[in-house]
Design a protein around this ligand. Structure first.
Ligand code: GDG
Length: 487
């Protein structure tokens, strides 16, 4: 596995010993537990000072950490900044979630070009080199799984550096929009990243729609690409590159185990006290504009306005995980959220009833504790590759709670039959959805909640992982030459 962020970050205690902390975010949550159980080498970038120190102390060699064989690679600071803070997050994330105010952003400037050449390309090359070095002496079929939008150039550099035979199979965790969205990128950058991805053997996406959009994007922009008779494959220079939907999921056993932990149970009882007799509307999100937190708050304010009968009887709880807090837009987004929540409380609060509580911080057991208690879970992203919160909530909730789910979350494709769906832009529709969720009869709640739970239980993250491994293994079986690096 190759990813930008590894499964752990390191810190040190007063005695100078390394402490291991599990990273936040969907990718790590999904892959971390699996990597513990398999012979996987996970290569990622060293992020913090302590990460770098850990690399130095171990001479850059991989080490087993909490059951995961981990190798961290030290990037050059300036190159990392360009790769992460100019290309990957502001540009690629925003294109793929279509988060534009197009009269003003994005602007492709000299800084962007510099960041592409001396940041994104360089870091992808660095990681490809590290992968190639680690695999030099391995003499068996290998599968390399580059993760996500930080590493689109990895297949290209891997094909340059790898001496061993390997299948390359990236997985893209975020939505892949259709051809029009990619017009924002200059032709040279767009073509480089598409051609690089097409150096893979197959490419994994969250949904069929994402895979389809990728095929269309390649057909639209690359003259020698075609997909005759197939929606899911690209033919290029005599090669076939498959695109496959592998909907990511959660680790069922691990999530259930977290529910049982004393820490989680303690937090759960504190939430029970906090919520009292009110119906609980919950949301759990990284502080991230694509999660559409502000429109969710506006919908809640409107709900209290239009349906005063809920005043004193419902409570909204938002567990928000800090994310990219060094970026001004993200800081502003958090300020706007806090201001909106403050206004809701200022306007509606009465006696001991507080309409909304925002808890900002990083505490995964706390999120799992709250998910057990919701009557309504609001998941209304503008765009989301999958959204694991929707699946975790469906699995652990103990109140037959109702899931309100955006049509633009990847999870919608699996769960739509038993959710109340919303368009994320439609604030009034979200108000109606909340009202419906709060008034739906118990029998119907139970039916929906049971169906959601069994859908999630029947397709955990193991299946996501093994489906990818199986496809790679059966390609090896069909064609041993596929492992050849000569293309
Ligand atoms: C990306 C894509 C895709 C919650 N509170 C804390 C915490 N969580 C957990 C959640 C969930 C995970 O973090 C967030 O996953 P999501 O899927 O909801 O969202 P992204 O972070 O945007 O993930 C997404 C995912 O990758 C996987 O492919 O589903 O579409 O955007 O598991 O419960 N984690 C920690 N502290 C918390 O306080 N560490």
């Amino acid at each position: 596995i190759v990813s930008n962020r590894g499964p752990f970050t390191f810190s040190r205690n007063a005695e100078g010993e390394f402490l291991v902390e599990r990273g936040a975010g969907g990718l790590v949550t999904a892959l971390g537990a699996l990597a513990e159980q398999h012979e996987v080498l996970w290569i990622a970038l060293a992020m913090s000072e302590e990460d770098r120190l850990w690399v130095d102390i171990n001479n850059g060699e991989p080490q087993s950490v909490e059951g995961i064989y981990l190798q961290l690679v030290r990037p050059d600071d300036a190159a990392y900044e360009k790769y992460y803070s100019v290309i990957a997050n502001p540009l690629l994330w925003f294109i793929q979630h279509q988060l534009w105010d197009s009269p003003r952003t994005p602007s492709i400037t000299q800084e962007t070009w510099d960041a592409w050449d001396h940041g994104y390309m360089r870091i992808n090359d660095l990681l490809a080199n590290a992968v190639a070095d680690s695999l030099e002496s391995v003499d068996r079929p290998l599968i390399i799984f580059p993760q996500d939008y930080h590493l689109y150039m990895l297949p290209h550099f891997l094909r340059e550096h790898l001496q061993t035979k390997a299948q390359i199979q990236p997985f893209i965790h975020i939505p892949w929009p259709g051809p029009d969205a990619w017009r924002m990128l200059p032709k040279q950058i767009r073509e480089s990243l598409l051609y690089s991805l097409l150096e893979s053997d197959r490419i994994g996406f969250q949904t069929e729609k994402d895979a389809f959009n990728f095929v269309q994007t390649c057909r639209f922009y690359l003259p020698e690409v075609h997909s005759r008779g197939r929606r899911d494959a690209i033919f290029i220079r005599g090669r076939e590159v498959n695109t496959c939907p592998y909907p990511i999921s959660i680790n069922i056993e691990k999530t259930k185990a977290i529910v049982q932990e004393p820490e989680t149970q303690l937090l759960k009882s504190e939430f029970i006290n906090l919520v009292g007799d009110c119906d609980l509307i919950l949301r759990v999100d990284r502080i991230e504009p694509s999660k559409n937190i502000l429109r969710g708050l506006e919908a809640y304010r409107t709900l209290l306005d239009v349906h005063p009968e809920y005043c004193g009887n419902v409570k909204m709880l938002c567990l928000l995980v800090p994310s990219r807090m060094e970026v001004v837009e993200y800081q502003d987004y958090l300020k706007d959220i806090m201001a909106e929540a403050g206004l809701i409380n200022a306007r509606f609060s009465d006696r001991m009833w507080e309409p909304i509580r925002i808890i900002v911080g990083d505490n995964y057991p706390r999120a799992i504790a709250a998910m057990q208690l919701y009557d309504v879970l609001l998941v209304n992203p503008l765009a989301d590759g999958m959204n694991l919160v929707a699946k975790e909530g469906a699995l652990v909730n103990q109140k037959e709670g109702v899931l309100i789910l955006s049509e633009y979350a990847g999870a919608y494709y699996e769960l739509s039959e038993n959710v109340i769906s919303v368009s994320p832009f439609d604030i009034y529709g979200t108000v109606e959805a909340m009202h419906r969720a709060l008034t739906i009869n118990l029998e119907e709640r139970q039916r929906r909640a049971e169906s959601l739970r069994s859908t999630v239980e029947n397709a955990g993250v193991r299946q996501w992982f093994y489906d990818q491994v199986d496809d790679a293994l059966s390609a090896f079986e069909k064609d041993p030459d596929l492992t050849s690096n000569e293309r």
